[in-house]
Design a protein around this ligand. Structure first.
Ligand code: NAI
Length: 495
């Protein structure tokens, strides 16, 4: 290895180029460029405008894949049309499965918490690929739309392992798993089960779990009790922005999207079109994200020097217009960064300085391109048996009419009708007259008494669905199976 690393650099739109240039000036002054080459790549608005719906050129993709590191500024997501958020595209394209965000009270950044004497210092790891962010959505009937929530065991394992490894590296003693497993017993239940399983490899780290609604209250009431929290994607997305609010807003909350091969480091705020081009944007979030990247790459000494200089600058009261004391005039982006450069080698005095390690050369290795998509597995050799199916219907009929039709359909089959539900609530064989139904039913067929699980495969279920489809619009179908004897499906509310 040459000892140098290459980092793909996408400055972004709006204030992106202003804060990126300022950040690179700081990095250069701290000696980062002695070990790293920043290679500009084309991503964002200009690429969307050329009709590329991914928002990144093929060359940008190639360079990023070679580098394994992408440092990016905020990018505009086109409203309407086919253009998708580059941030989401990049995370999925490169399987950046863990989003690490750090929340720290900073000197000179006044919040209700600093005024109340609370010191905040914790991290969130959010699963970044699965959950409802798969974007698997369908219109099922006139009135019903579905978004599939996908949670996989290997996906959970990867994100939990990353969280524990990050806790170990950061010297944290406790990791919380946040979830809603009391309601989503199977999906969030799996997320929690895998957390417990993976935690066994990290016996020195204390663990706890917390339901996400209680977590939100505890974060607001007593944020000091947390060191690291790991969450599924959607819950993590919401909670991490809440946490940014605890430390002064998105301008102070850096973010890293970590993958096995490629990792992306970005500011979490947007392109701030209202102040773009005026040279007044706050580059702190991008600088902090860059520090996460330098540490990921092994440039630990440079990162510590920059962080200490940033803390010293903030405590001296230097600030951009979006934060800081009104008694002291705000400075522009470049002057803010020059104030940090002046303090390189110095340390803050009112808060703890960051220890400066000796490690100052890259430990990061550019990734090898995989030959093909990799299949990852957690559970193997599980014995599965077909025990029935759920058939989903688009119909405005009443529950009792649906039940009469379905009872006839399965008369001479190995199945019996066991349940009809509407929006997850059982409406047959028992139900409440207060349940309001919409035009989308789940009809559950299970094996008749005396038919042994495993006596046939799924073709009998498909044949049953065919029969149902002669009379109804079947929107979708789910096979019911047992896995090592345990039910692989949930019960309806009220069942
Ligand atoms: P925004 O974060 O750009 O702006 C919200 C408010 O915060 C504005 O008043 C802005 O001036 C201020 N602000 C944001 N960053 C600042 C900074 N560094 N210094 C000083 N003030 C700052 O959010 P908005 O307006 O909702 O989105 C604008 C565009 O950014 C949209 O096209 C959106 O798609 C995109 N966006 C991109 C993100 C990314 O690339 N990571 C994240 C969020 C939004």
């Amino acid at each position: 290895m040459s000892g140098r690393i290459s980092i793909a650099l996408a400055a972004g739109d709006g204030i992106g180029p202003e804060i990126m240039n300022a950040t690179l000036e700081l990095f250069k002054a701290a000696g980062v460029h002695d070990h790293a080459d920043f290679i500009p790549v084309e991503m964002g608005r200009s690429v969307f405008e050329k009709g590329n719906s991914r928002g990144m050129t093929d060359e940008a993709i190639r360079i990023t894949e070679q580098c394994g590191l992408l440092f990016k500024g905020p990018m505009e997501t086109p409203k309407g049309g086919g253009g998708k958020s580059i941030n989401v595209t990049a995370r999925k394209l490169w399987n950046a499965y863990a989003n690490l965000r750090q929340f720290k009270t900073l000197p000179g950044v006044e919040t209700v918490y600093t005024r109340a004497g609370h010191n905040i210092d914790f991290s969130i790891v959010r699963e970044n690929i699965e959950d409802t962010y798969g974007g698997v959505e369908h219109r099922l009937s006139n009135d019903m739309i579905q978004c599939k929530r996908l949670i996989s065991a290997p996906g959970c394992d990867e994100v939990h392992r990353f969280a524990f490894q990050a806790a170990r590296r950061l010297g944290l003693k406790k990791v919380h798993c946040s979830h809603k497993a009391n309601i989503m017993k199977m999906t969030d239940g799996l997320f929690l089960d895998r957390f417990r399983a993976v935690s066994k490899d990290f016996p020195e780290v204390e663990t706890a779990d917390v339901i996400v609604d209680a977590l939100c209250m505890n974060l607001v009431m007593k944020p000091e009790q947390f060191q690291m929290i790991v969450l599924p994607n959607l819950q993590g997305d919401i909670v991490s922005d809440l946490c940014a609010g605890l430390v002064g807003g998105l301008g102070f909350a850096p973010s890293a999207n970590i993958g096995k091969h490629i990792s992306i480091f970005e500011a979490v705020h947007g392109t701030a079109p209202d102040i773009a081009g005026r040279g007044i944007a706050n580059p702190t979030s991008l600088i902090l994200s860059g520090l996460m990247m330098l540490r990921h790459a092994g440039l630990l000494k440079q990162a510590a020097h920059i962080e200490n200089a940033l803390l010293a600058t903030l405590e001296s009261g230097v600030h951009t217009g979006d934060f800081g004391s009104k008694d002291k005039p705000a400075v522009g982006t470049i002057d803010y960064v020059r104030a940090i450069v002046e303090r390189l080698g110095g340390k803050p005095t009112t808060v703890d300085a960051v220890p400066v390690p000796e490690q100052a050369t890259p430990t990061f290795r550019h990734p090898q391109r995989p030959a093909a998509p990799h299949v990852i597995r957690t559970y193997t050799n599980v014995v599965t048996h077909v025990v029935g199916c759920d058939i989903y219907l688009d119909t405005p009929l009443s529950p009792i009419s649906v039940a009469e039709e379905m009872t006839r359909v399965c008369e001479d089959t190995p199945f019996r009708l066991t349940l009809i539900s509407n929006r997850g609530t059982q409406v047959w064989p028992t139900g409440s007259v207060y349940t309001e139904c919409v035009d989308y039913y789940r009809v559950r067929f299970e094996l008749k008494d005396g038919v042994a699980p495993g006596s046939f495969g799924q073709s009998r279920c498909v044949a049953l669905m065919d029969r149902v489809a002669e009379k109804f619009t079947v929107c979708s179908y789910e096979l019911l199976r047992s896995f090592d004897g345990a039910k692989g499906y949930s019960l309806a509310q009220g069942q």
